[in-house]
Design a protein around this ligand. Structure first.
Ligand code: TXA
Ligand code: MG
Length: 317
């Protein structure tokens, strides 16, 4: 069954409409400071099931819950002193924490897919914050793309991927501030573990916690965010390419110009900001393959290379 997909520019009216639909049990695409999310009332299991349905997402893959306030967060999860320190340092912002899920939490079971932990994030994007305030409930929201496709950084990406399957997309008219999905860390008694590299770097986290942030253990189902097939363009993708071949759309960086550059100045923040848009663009180009110039592994480069490796791993075309 297909539905009419309405795109509304972000405004008080659009946010009120989104809140109305969410309280009625629908899911709605909204911008965040990382990528567009597909949001539903996290306390309503049927509403959350509609997210899985629209995305075609396996239901063993749990969702991130977005909260508007620290009070709301503490009703859902237990915060250790380390978790409180991280919240203090990076919230609102692009950090997701996997924390012990409270027994008396209002979150629907389907959100956590049976895990004893829950992934929480307090976003900074004004549209998302207004929506959280209007709805007054936590919102479950994965990236607003069909399962296995690239995360969307523009309303038109969402429309291309989920048009006809969701009723409303709020259009921010500009790309998200960061352009990469949030950093995910598990905060445990034994220490803090990096589950997904992102805009907040491992170095920044270590500065706050003082503990070692261990390397991502790829493929472990305890960190299902690490499923390799998560971020893929539809064409073959080659990495660390200095000289691209004729049939490749070459994304440059720094001194390597390419057909388009992630950042001619070699600025990693800029490259992260435009990465998904550039991949979407390369994917839609006439060239049958994509190549990307080498990106240094330092700082934000770790998150950029992580996304590129996943995209390459799953890009058999
Ligand atoms: O920036 C973001 O994080 C975006 C915006 C919309 O907030 N959201 C996002 O959600 O990227 P999603 O569903 O595409 O990725 C969240 C990842 C999933 O792969 C999931 O497996 C993992 O977080 N996750 C959720 N709950 C978890 C838990 N309790 N333990 C480990 N991983 C978890
Ligand atoms: Mg995703």
């Amino acid at each position: 069954m297909t539905v009419d997909t309405v795109i509304m520019p972000s405004s008080a009216e659009a946010i009120a409409e989104a809140a109305r639909r969410i309280l009625a049990g629908e899911c709605v695409a909204v911008p965040t400071e990382t990528v567009y999310g597909l949001a539903a009332d996290a306390t309503n299991g049927e509403a959350v099931a509609r997210i899985y349905e629209a995305k075609g997402r396996p239901s063993f893959n749990p969702l991130i819950v977005h909260v508007g306030t620290m009070d709301m967060a503490r009703d859902i999860a237990d915060f250790s002193p380390t978790a409180l320190g991280l919240a203090e340092a990076f919230w609102p912002g692009p950090l997701t924490m996997v924390l012990p899920h409270r027994k008396d939490s209002p979150i629907a079971d389907i959100v956590t897919a049976g895990l004893p932990t829950i992934a929480l994030r307090l976003p900074s994007e004004p549209t998302m914050r207004h929506l959280l305030y209007k709805v007054g409930k936590p919102l479950a929201a994965p990236s607003a793309n069909a399962s296995g496709q690239l995360s969307p950084t523009l309303a038109e990406h969402v429309a291309k991927s989920l048009g006809g399957r969701i009723g409303l997309i709020i259009d921010n008219k500009h790309p998200p501030h960061h352009g990469l999905e949030s950093t995910i860390v598990a905060v445990r008694d034994e220490g803090v573990e990096l589950l997904r590299a992102g805009p907040i770097t491992a170095e920044q986290i270590e500065e706050v916690t003082g503990t070692i942030v261990s390397e991502t253990s790829t493929g472990k189902i305890e960190a299902p965010g690490q499923l390799l097939s998560h971020y893929a363009p539809s064409k073959p993708l080659r990495l660390n390419v200095v000289d691209a071949s004729e049939d490749e759309y070459h994304l440059g960086f720094g001194e390597i110009e390419g057909d388009a550059s992630l950042s001619p100045e070699g600025d990693l923040e800029m490259a992260a900001y435009v990465l998904f848009e550039a991949l979407h663009y390369a994917d839609a180009s006439e060239k049958p393959r994509i190549a990307v110039a080498p990106i240094p592994e330092t700082g934000l480069g770790a998150a950029i290379n992580d996304r590129l490796r996943r995209a390459a791993a799953d890009s058999t075309g």
